[in-house]
Design a protein around this ligand. Sequence first.
Ligand SMILES: Nc1ncnc2c1ncn2[C@@H]1O[C@H](COP(=O)(O)OP(=O)(O)O)[C@@H](O)[C@H]1O
Ligand SMILES: [Mg+2]
Length: 259
Amino acid sequence: MKSKMRSIAFINQKGGVGKTTSTANVGACLATLGKKVLLIDLDPQANLSIHFGINVQGKDSSIYEIMCGKKAVSDVLIKSSLPNLDIIPSDIDLASAEVELVNTVGRETIVKFYLEGMLEDYDYVLIDCPPSLGLLTLNALTVANEIFIPLQTEFFALQGVSKLIQTFDVIKKRLNGKLEITGIIPCMHDSRTKLGQAVLDKIKEYFSDKVFSTTIRKNIKLSESTSHGVPVTEYAPDSNGAQDYVALTKEIMSMKRKK
Ligand SMILES: Nc1ncnc2c1ncn2[C@@H]1O[C@H](COP(=O)(O)OP(=O)(O)O)[C@@H](O)[C@H]1O
Ligand SMILES: [Mg+2]
């Protein structure tokens, strides 16, 4: 029996906290475990696309063209080298979307408008967001039913989180009643430092049972794998990074869902 699709936005308006690394590697693990996965790159930096060795720079074939109504989703969608894993890539043109769409009616739901209908073909739709709470992230939050927040277990981890939750509240009230924050991913964790452990405790105090039991440890293989254009499970299957993302993915798959 085909399970119902889950759509998850990885958001945090801070950069460098592990959004893209988590989207890419959870996506790859889900696909390896037999799930049909769609990854949507909504960051003009296109790091998620690059993670899978995809570069559509200058080809006029990214999520931006879909949002402008210039291309059909099927013309932009790319099958990755992993079976079961498709990607809608991004490129730097997307950076101008915010300004260009400022007078467009329904601009917060434009991605949803063009993608609806094809999302149900997948078991999981994962959306990588840019480091802001602007129009692109709002679009992600109208497509997704769930939010995962990656947090780096460093001193300023919770700074800005209340603003993020305010944004979530407004979107839930006005645009997407189904939206829930369902998972907090502690990233780049260094368990050897007292600070790392103290911040992790604070995160658990703040978000209680929403925090995944798996913490993603600091692991150089995670950044190395990006430059090779492959997920860490392929680049260094025995590394801590690979083990942590496999464990996290299994936890995600076993989450009980509210009706
Ligand atoms: N657990 C980790 N250990 C070591 N480096 C990591 C880890 N997670 C991410 N990185 C690296 O940190 C940088 C920022 O991560 P990234 O996922 O791109 O963050 P974001 O998408 O939130 O900006 C990247 O260079 C990435 O390779
Ligand atoms: Mg990123």
